[in-house]
Design a protein around this ligand. Structure first.
Ligand code: GLA
Length: 730
């Protein structure tokens, strides 16, 4: 049994592989957090709560109830009762007061994992993969019930959490904050790792020791954002890739979030994650429920690398869905960096024709094929074919591309509307807006009110017409701006602050309809590059465009940061032309391919215009990608170099689950004069087994030697050079 209840200690113990998580019901029904970490035998650990120390429990000393409230490690802290640390739940009750008070009521344990209605979440493939604990708490005065939902995965060090709140009274109640998780640590000696950045440099890793007070990352942009990712790791100061304790938290949500650690007066740490409560309110009428999105919690006793590999396994098996879940993705060529808006059907066909000869398998027609769109200032919302650009129509183009033996993919930005569009002229009220205020333009566009079913239905109707008109096998779903003036013409006054969340739910609804109605279509998410690279999106699309920055060197950092919790099989990565359009850097064509091979792999250039030498090398690159893609998609990922610490080189590995083979990739970012060859230690191999490198079958080395002594990286001359080595078990 992975979840047990111990009557004597009144505690619950969740065991997930080598991890356990313990909580106890204490005095007066408060729910306390006891332990989260490496697995332990069954025993009473309530002494960790220090209930026998001052301030004692209210039962023995009601005089200092407030001090007790400010000290107990709460499992789900409420606002207003004397716990002055950051809270997880606050409300406006029928009288307008904010205080709430949840006490234990009941529990249930069952096999499998529940679906979170309307929300993306991890799932089990069979009920014996996980067990779920539901603890119901009640606030009698506010007439609310809160059900804390925990799932422990049997074979992974993963516990997921969410919460469902129900109004069980006769009056309306407003929720003003509903975070999804709170975890208390009995120490302040932790580092906080977050992934931050901007457009074209997403998910740069930052690490800093916790200090007294609150430190957080968040988004209020309506998307998970370029600036901060809904991921945080807390780890011991000494933790590195391969050793030390690390706790990873990832929010399965694509909108506003907050991830906060607080070091308290007693030098303990309270960690919280959930929907950002700024400008958030949710009205619960009698009998109505609100479900908060899921937080995935991963524990590792062997450093950040193991934490990441656990996330990767979970997401590959228990989050990503659909036909492409376990499949190699088609090698595509996208015309964005090749032509931008300046293309015709004939031009696209020429690219496809050349690409097909080289082994590329799919043409993706990016932005600019609809309405009268020749720049980014028109036509979003008008999802009908731009006839004079796509001469002969879409079907004719798709058929021609198909006749080359290639698949066809298309770009949409379904959440947006251009002021210069038929849609906006007919329905100006469909844009998110505050009545009487000018709408703020961002990339020349407005955001559609996706809380409205009529708006979603209309857009989906247009998308369906396009999808049904030709053999379309891939969609790139883009989202190119943040939200401003967030109010809806369709919501009543008292529900306006629900729009941020209702918007995200609307996006999920449409993605759900799309992936259900068109199960054969490969969906790739994108958001001005990687502004929505989050597990919420991964539930609908098995891959997400990592960044608009396709420069091989910049990508080393972006892909490193992304790999903290997201698997390489999900990283949209393409070979583009040089000088790179974002940084102006020129790197060898081979290095660009080696870096893109870590992801989904494809090309984003005008293959009719690149040099003959580059063109000629594409078939070999594709063969190399095909040879190793299985390892990349299904193997264990090990980070070896770290571009955030040393800008001169990077290296990583993918090791087969049975350790029978491994792919090692090395990039020399900057060459060095008069140096001996660099020695790099491999990881993840079987110590006892002998391996040879594919190009040198006569030389055998043990896994132990390869990992403890390393290999010499010689024969690399110049900047931006890369090398791939394939180790095979003898
Ligand atoms: C975003 C995407 C790009 C491209 C453009 C088109 O920036 O990230 O890949 O699709 O939009 O406008």
């Amino acid at each position: 049994m992975s979840i047990t209840y111990n009557e004597k200690s009144n505690s619950f113990k969740l065991t997930a592989n080598n991890t356990c998580y313990i909580l106890s019901v204490v005095s007066e029904g408060y729910l306390a957090h006891v332990y989260f970490g490496k697995v332990l035998p069954d025993e009473n650990l309530n002494y960790l709560l220090r209930l026998d120390e001052n301030p004692f429990t209210p039962e023995t000393n009601n005089r200092d109830r407030a001090s007790f409230m400010d000290t107990l490690p709460f499992e789900y802290p409420c606002f207003g009762l004397g716990d002055y640390r950051e809270h997880a739940l606050s409300i406006l009750d029928k009288n307008g007061a904010s205080t709430c008070d949840l006490r234990y009521k009941s529990y249930k344990i069952y096999d499998g994992k529940p679906v979170l209605e309307g929300l993306p979440a991890t799932f089990t493939n069979s009920p014996d993969e996980a067990q779920t604990l539901e603890i119901t708490m009640e606030d009698k005065a506010a007439e609310l019930e809160a059900t804390l939902i925990y799932t422990a995965f049997e074979k992974l060090d993963v516990i997921t959490r969410s919460i469902r709140i129900k109004n069980v009274g006769q009056d309306n109640v407003k929720l003003t904050r509903v975070y999804s998780a709170c975890v208390e640590f009995d120490t302040d000696k932790l580092d906080m790792i977050t992934l931050n950045g901007s457009w074209a440099r997403e998910r740069a890793l930052e690490r800093a020791p916790l200090h007294h007070g609150k430190q957080s990352v968040d988004s209020m942009r309506g998307e998970s954002s370029h600036q901060s990712n809904p991921f945080t790791a807390l780890c011991s100061h000494k933790a590195d890739e391969d050793s030390g304790e690390a706790y990873g938290f990832n929010f399965v949500y694509s909108g506003n979030f907050v991830s906060q650690a607080e070091v308290t007066q007693h030098k303990k740490t309270r960690y919280l994650m959930g929907i950002n409560s700024n400008d958030f309110e949710w009205l619960l009428e009698p009998d109505e429920k609100f479900t908060a999105p899921e937080v995935v919690m991963v524990y590792s006793d062997s450093g950040l690398g193991k934490m990441s590999r656990t996330f990767h396994d979970l997401y590959r098996n228990n989050l990503v869905r659909g036909e492409y879940k376990d499949k190699r993705r088609p090698i595509l060529i996208n015309n964005w960096e090749a032509t931008y808006f300046n293309f015709t059907a004939e031009k696209l066909y020429q690219i496809a024709e050349q690409a097909s000869k080289l082994g590329i398998e799919m043409l993706v027609m990016d932005d600019g094929w609809f309405g009268h769109r020749d720049a980014d200032n028109s036509s979003l919302g008008d999802w009908f074919v731009y006839d004079s650009k796509i001469e002969g129509g879409l079907k004719a183009l798709v058929d021609r591309v198909n006749s080359l033996g290639m698949k066809f993919g298309i770009w949409f930005e379904p959440e947006m509307v251009s002021p210069d569009s038929q849609l906006y002229r007919e329905h100006p009220d469909w844009a998110i807006q505050v009545k009487g205020r000018e709408l703020t333009l961002c990339r020349e566009q407005y955001v559609l009110d996706y809380s409205r079913k009529d708006v979603r239905d209309y857009i989906y109707g247009l998308m369906r017409k396009i999808l049904d008109s030709a053999n379309i096998e891939y969609i790139k779903w883009d989202m190119n701006r943040q939200l401003t003036e967030v109010a809806s013409n369709a919501l009543p006054r008292e529900r306006q602050r629900e729009l941020w969340h209702r918007y995200v739910l609307g996006v999920y609804d449409l993605m759900n309809r799309l992936t259900t109605d068109y199960p054969h279509i490969l969906l790739e998410n994108c958001s001005g590059g990687g502004a929505r690279f989050d597990p919420g999106m991964l539930y609908y699309s098995p891959q997400i465009w990592c960044s608009d920055d396709t420069d091989a060197v910049e990508r080393l950092k972006i892909q490193y940061g992304t790999s903290m919790c997201y698997p390489c099989s999900a990283m949209g990565a393409h070979v583009s032309d040089c000088p790179n359009h974002t940084v102006g850097r020129s790197t060898p064509f081979s290095t660009r391919a080696h870096v893109a091979m870590v992801g989904t792999f494809g090309y984003e250039l005008d293959v009719t215009k690149i040099s003959q030498e580059d063109r000629d090398s594409i078939p070999a690159q594709i063969a190399e990608f095909n040879r190793y893609n299985m390892l990349v998609r299904t193997g264990d990922h090990y980070r070896i170099g770290n571009m955030f610490e040393d800008n001169t080189w990077d290296a990583w590995m993918f090791v087969a689950k049975d350790k029978s083979e491994a792919l090692f990739e090395f990039v020399q970012v900057l060459g060095r004069p008069n140096e001996r060859s660099r020695s790099v230690k491999l990881k993840g191999l079987d110590r006892e087994v002998y391996y040879y490198e594919e190009s040198n079958p006569d030389v055998l080395l043990s896994g132990a030697a390869l990992m403890q002594c390393g290999i010499n990286i010689g024969g690399i001359w110049g900047d931006y050079q890369s090398k791939i080595l394939h180790f095979i078990k003898k």
